[in-house]
Unconditional design. Sequence first.
Lengths: 223, 244, 220
Amino acid sequence: MRYADFTPYDIVLLLQGLGVTLALFIGTTLIGLTIGLLLAVVHHYRVPGCRPVIVLVTEALKNSPVLVQLFLVFFGIPAFLHIRMTPVEAATLTISLNTAAFAFVVFRSGIESVDRDQIEAAEVFGLGRSQILRLVIAPQAAAFSVGPLVGILVNQLQVTSLISVIGVFDLTKIGNILNLRTLQPFIVWAVIGLIYYLAAKTLAHAGGRIEAALRRSVKWGGI
Amino acid sequence: MIVAENVEKRFGDALVLKRVNLRVEPGEVVTILGASGSGKSTLIRCINGLEALTGGRITVDGHDVSTKAGLVAARRASATVFQLFNLYPHMTALGNITLAPIEVLKLPKAEAEARARALLDKVGLGAQADAYPQQLSGGQRQRVGICRALAMQPRYLLLDEVTSALDPEMTGDVLRILAELAADGTTMVFVTHEIEFARHISSRIVFLEQGELIVDLPTAAFFAEDGGLAVPRIRQFLSKMKKD
Amino acid sequence: MRFWRVIEPYIGFLLQGFALTIAACLLAIAGAVLLGALTASMRSSGNRLVRGAANAYGDVFRNVPFLVQLFFFFYGLPELGIYIGAFETGVIAMSIAGGAFVSDVILSGILTVDAGVIDAAKVSGLSRVKIFTRVVLPIALRVSVRPMGSVLINLVLTSSILSTITVNELTGAAKIVAATTFKPFEVYAVLLVLYASLTTLLSFAISAVHRRLNRFMTGG
């Protein structure tokens, strides 16, 4: 019975795991969205030679398992380049790039959703390229992108569970530890699942509110 | 014989049919006239059991359509042609026509197809047997719809505004076919806005006004000054239709 | 080429893993379609309890990481006295997770079928079963090809996670090769390209099937 019991300290463990999961999720989301946005802008301006490379790399990231990407970064890159990499670094790099690939697609179609007519009209009014991007394209593209982005982020939150496989002490890893110690898999995994579920629901809810607010502001701007 | 007795149909608070009585004898062509929203299409949809009655009774050859077995028998005896064709989009013209004969009448496939091809020839679509609905014009689709109904060899043909969605020239094609059917003695219940055509082929005309069947007369009497035209609402309706 | 030199001796072994991946995905998509169809019919049921249960299933299994679901079954089932292999557990978990997505696909497919077309089938005297199998389902499946294809592609990607419960499918086999050769970069790079090619090929195939089946349909 030495191993079997849950202790109050397990709650601290769970909170720690949740903290790691959320910190990594938020960090990779910020990095990923930034990179995805940059890629979309570069793609939009047809920087020579960049388009095929961006499309090839993002497609490869979207169409291969995240677990394999994690193994490639965590085991492959250090062996290949003879560098050291901690699990957290590998996880951050991988999930960021993965999020960037999905975000790129959303931002790209967000930009494409803005009418050519509007852009031409803005050019006629003498607006510069960066002004058009900031004042005309960005607000509309943002309103168009929020819905799909929320869907992607809810998914990426779940994807972060895979980083436990390369040894990051996230919520799933804590689940593994508790599972081994207590030998109560049903309770442990149900609780872990519930926490992920609540986090996903909160995220989706918050995203929905942001989307509604953005849509309102764009509508007002249109009048 | 189709018999509707005191038929009532409610959608929520709206009373769409009020105590409607109607008899259609074999060999008759009965046209139902009335303004939009007068309940004409609903009456057809009650006869073929697509809408459940909220009062009264409808029988087709004695089969009560509100009972399960009665509805099966009533649907076997009748066939419906729809305003918007409602063809099966994933089947060719031939597939549309043969589905029910094969599945319901249990005809052998070859026989069902031979019958379907004969019908398509008759309506001038012999070459379109293997075309999908998307590849056909509106008028052609409606002719397929008529063939699909006729393939069931129904005793009663129910026609729900079958030309309303068609261009005038296509309307002519479809009406010619219906005139031939009427001349062959096919029993029809016909909801339409084509007054002149109705006058030409109908044996009787009934008029629905806000869910009430206010006039039921032989065609000649309906258009007589001392008959249907004596009813102000009908005179108004007919003159409005002529203008349109 | 260095990548090929690393992989070559293990091609047979990796192919075995690949076969296991394919088997898992085929079984799982079959299971997911069965469960998804059942759930979709439950979600369109008139009974609130049935509808609620089906909705809850979809909601839960779409919002909990697959890895957690997999561990739940892998460690949990033996506790219930159900001893099945890791592969079978993986297939069951994939079917259940996939079914949550497939039910959405089927439900929206059924909802696209024009009510008038169903009316036509009803008045022609076809039985409820025949209306469903000959009219509703064929139309719904045609519009569902693409979204169903996305579910299948996601299952292929998800199947790599079975390597965490000792199933030596493609990723599991690659892990062993990487550990044996001490060449993880080469092995995982090849693996990534393999998965990406496989899913890209699949999506081409799905598009072709979609075009073929929807040649003559509206919006096809």
